[in-house]
Design a protein around this ligand. Structure first.
Ligand code: 13P
Length: 284
């Protein structure tokens, strides 16, 4: 079916108390793996592209692959721009057919974050595209090693309410203790904070930096309003580990694509596990 907007998919998730996975893709194989998992699980899915990939793969290229695969799929697929850093990124996403846009002003002072997010929401809403903003700052770096806590800023409830009321966002990423990349030690999530935010902000809340966060913590945050869960590093690590294992064990490849076939089959399995954990299986 044609790509769908994230708005209905995520509003339904928050209303019904489950979350939809947003999986980062980086090539054709990863797109196919995520969509294969969604079909198997009968789950809606967000496929997200980090804005930084524009300079070496191209937002246009990845968008074309996702659109083509989504049209053949029988489950709803959203094409989401992950961490758009400015209005130009957002405009490029919209031009290339993304059906959901993140503008990440979380490193800016509150007023500047509100101002850039409001401007992107105005442009995106004019063409019917929903927008995710971030308040507080989820630290670390996708794929990164152990840098997590250094640049993290926990969300304040009062700032989150002001941001929600003034920016016009459709979904809101909050910083409650996860971080992008790997953890040095198990994360401590501030569930009380999440509960206070969710009590005052009715839109779907977003968890960034979900890789390697223990399953019981994920179940708990979903109970308190998290309806979109971003996953990147865990899938990237699985593809690297399986490819390395297959090659060192003497995999006989006739075609170059044989080298990574097993790795992307594993990625699809892992995406399916996350969909079952998030409660989105069977919701498509
Ligand atoms: P992880 O790499 O920790 O899964 O975080 C992904 C993410 O939040 C993308 O925006």
């Amino acid at each position: 079916m044609p790509l769908v907007s994230s708005k209905d998919v995520l509003q339904q998730a928050r209303a019904e108390g489950y979350a939809v996975g947003a999986f980062n893709v980086f090539n054709m194989e990863s797109v196919k793996a995520v969509i294969a998992a969604a079909e198997r699980e009968r789950s809606p899915v967000l496929i997200q592209v980090w804005s930084g990939l524009d300079s070496f793969v191209g937002l246009d290229v990845l968008a074309a692959i996702v659109r083509c695969e989504a049209e053949k799929a029988s489950v709803p697929v959203v094409l989401h721009l992950d961490h758009g850093m400015n209005a130009e990124h957002a405009a490029k996403g919209i031009k290339n057919g993304f059906t959901s846009i993140m503008i990440d002003g979380s490193s800016l002072p509150l007023e500047e974050n509100i101002s850039v997010t409001k401007e992107v929401a105005r442009i995106a809403h004019a063409v019917g595209i929903p927008v995710e903003g971030e308040i507080g700052h989820v630290g670390g770096e996708e794929g990164g090693d152990h840098q997590e806590a250094d640049d993290m800023v926990e969300t304040s409830v009062e700032e989150a309410v002001a941001f929600y009321e003034r920016s016009g966002v459709d979904t809101l990423a909050v910083s409650i203790g996860t971080s992008h990349g790997k953890y040095k030690q198990e994360p401590k999530l501030n569930i009380g904070l999440l509960r206070d935010i969710a009590a005052r902000i009715p839109i779907p809340l977003v968890l960034h930096g979900s890789s390697y966060t223990p399953d019981e913590m994920i179940r708990e945050v979903i109970r308190y309003g998290i309806a979109k869960i971003n996953v990147a590093t865990e899938m990237n690590d699985a593809v690297i580990a399986q490819t390395t294992k297959d090659i060192t064990q003497g995999l006989q490849a006739k075609y170059a694509s044989d080298l990574t076939y097993g790795a992307y089959a594993l990625m699809a399995d892992k995406v399916g596990q996350k969909m079952r954990l998030f409660g989105s299986s069977g919701k498509a």
